[in-house]
Design a protein around this ligand. Structure first.
Ligand SMILES: *[C@@H]1O[C@H](CO)[C@@H](O)[C@H](O)[C@H]1NC(C)=O
Ligand SMILES: *[C@@H]1O[C@H](CO)[C@@H](O)[C@H](O)[C@H]1NC(C)=O
Ligand SMILES: *[C@@H]1O[C@H](CO)[C@@H](O)[C@H](O)[C@H]1NC(C)=O
Ligand SMILES: *[C@@H]1O[C@H](CO)[C@@H](O)[C@H](O)[C@H]1NC(C)=O
Length: 470
């Protein structure tokens, strides 16, 4: 048990970084993490002035939540059978990035998707425009580890029927504790991270019998909150999708560029790759892909990821992705996949089989109107029930076109990557998945607040189209 405890402690080191303290270290030579109040009240130094200009409209306040809503949840990392090969304690290391893949690796980690919650929290603590005063904030972050807090409802048989209670405690707290913070905008300026697909958290609260999942997204208390989830529903109200975290978390621009150069140079001897599991049962897209690949081993490679074999082992699929031109990204249990983002980092052009696999999801990170330029779309029905062979479609794309697509994929790669906390100033100047999510939240909150001030809350229903960079 010594190991999990140590790892839990490593993540509890979040605490010294609380923005209230003035002792926040410089993160790699950039601006110190000043608070707005201090910046304004102090003798406006050049740096404070610069920060004020830079942070105009971008101030974020982090709600101070009791640890039972975040870091305490990490302590029960060995209480739930999340994986066949054990608990998720090892993946708490490095503030949620997980252990490094091997000793000499600087940028590659065994990252677990649930860790998006602590990882995002850690990154927000070094956000340059934090304010201790909620009344000055443009947005308010709730450091709630929502998916980790759902585990008892999913895995404890005694609580299975109570899954409509997920999130009630937090709602209670927000009503009771500094109610003015919430009341200022009716919660419309609050946001949180939910490291899972929204489907798992949108069960009808009255459902009987209860199915897998909770009703968190149905709690009336949180309907105004922007929820950053790994996958949104087709007609989302409060959630927005953010990229699944991959295993690549560089800390400097040089490491990012070295990797992208490697992906650019890679010899792509294989036409297409499918890294995944599934495909059994009746006719389905994964089954069709497997059948086609078994027939055409000359142009298709399969990496078998059944039973979670790839979840914490990026080495299994990154090399095959580097030698393939196209990566097939069929839906599985849910429409989106982490593999889409692994593939993009490897310069492997994604092939989608339905729009909800990415195009209608990640508008803040991948330009919705340019999907044709960096991905291929083949409707799944045409593959499963029609005569369409994926290899024929991809083989017919001229090499010059393939090169152009790959170049754009690699240009977009930094936008879907989660850089390491405490990265160099050079790398921080590039927007990564967290930066773009924060930009998106701020745009969305601005729009919602404007609508509220104009006095027609019904308009909130139509705010789906907030991908633009206004
Ligand atoms: C990695 O480092 C640890 C501790 O320094 C050492 O015990 C282990 O053998 C190393 N593993 C490899 C594969 O080199
Ligand atoms: C949960 O509810 C179902 C009926 O909806 C019931 O059959 C089952 O026994 C309940 N489980 C527990 C642990 O109470
Ligand atoms: C959500 O926002 C609307 C519009 O401001 C407000 O009327 C409502 O009370 C808010 N809901 C909660 C739970 O605060
Ligand atoms: C596989 O090859 C066989 C024999 O050539 C052919 O009948 C079958 O349609 C092929 N299946 C796929 C999925 O390409």
């Amino acid at each position: 048990m010594a190991r999990p405890t140590l790892l839990v402690l490593s993540i509890l080191l979040l605490v010294p970084y609380q923005p209230k303290s003035r002792s926040i270290p410089k993160t790699g030579g950039g601006l110190p993490l000043l608070e707005k109040e201090e910046a304004v009240a102090g003798e406006e130094g050049e740096e404070a002035q610069r920060q004020r200009a830079e942070c105009e409209g971008r101030w974020i306040h982090i709600r101070d939540l009791p640890p039972r809503f975040n870091t305490d949840l990490l302590r029960s990392c060995n209480a739930f059978p999340l994986y066949d090969d054990g608990d998720f304690c090892p993946y708490l290391a490095n503030h949620g990035l997980g252990p490094r893949t091997h000793n000499r690796s600087w940028s590659w980690y065994r990252t677990d998707p649930h860790m998006l919650e602590p990882l995002f929290h850690r990154r927000l603590l070094e956000y340059p425009c934090l304010t201790a005063d909620p009344a000055l904030a443009n947005a308010v972050f709730l450091p709630y580890y929502a998916s980790l807090d759902s585990l008892p409802f999913l895995y404890d048989p005694a609580l299975f029927n109570s899954s409509a209670l997920h999130g009630r405690d937090l709602a209670e707290l927000l009503r009771r504790d500094s109610p003015a913070v919430w009341a200022r905008r009716g919660g419309n300026d609050h946001f949180l991270v939910l490291a899972g697909p929204a489907w798992d958290y949108s069960q009808d609260p009255d459902a009987d019998p209860r199915l897998w999942g909770t009703s968190f997204l149905h709690l009336p208390d949180f309907l105004n909150v922007t929820v950053l989830a790994l996958e949104a529903r087709p007609w989302p109200w409060q959630e927005r999708a953010v990229p699944h975290p991959t295993s690549f978390h560089p800390a400097t621009l040089a490491r990012l560029d070295a990797w992208l150069a490697r992906a650019r140079r890679a010899r792509r001897t294989n036409l297409m790759l499918f890294a995944g599991g599934g495909g059994g049962g009746g006719p389905n897209i994964r089954g069709s892909i497997r059948a086609e690949c078994e027939n055409r081993t000359d142009l298709c490679e399969v990496v078998d990821c059944s039973d979670g074999a790839c979840t914490h082992d990026p080495i299994r699929f990154m090399r095959p992705m580097l030698r393939s031109s196209f990566c097939l990204q069929p839906p599985g249990d849910t429409p989106t996949r982490r593999s889409t983002f692994d593939g993009i980092l490897a310069g492997c052009i994604p092939v989608f089989f339905e729009d909800i696999g990415a195009r209608t999801q990640y508008g803040w990170h991948l330009p919705k109107d340019r999907f044709e330029e960096f991905s291929v779309f083949i409707p799944k029905e045409e593959v499963v029930f029609g005569e369409v062979r994926i290899g024929d479609v991809l083989g017919a794309i001229p090499p010059s076109e393939v090169r152009r697509m790959r170049e754009l994929v690699l240009e977009l790669a930094p936008r879907v990557m989660y850089r390491r906390h405490g990265s160099s100033a050079g790398l921080r100047a590039r927007k990564d998945a967290v930066d773009l999510a924060i930009d998106g939240v701020l745009r969305r909150v601005r729009r919602r607040v404007r609508v509220l001030e104009e006095g027609d809350p019904d308009l909130l229903v139509y705010d789906g189209d907030d991908d633009d960079r206004s």
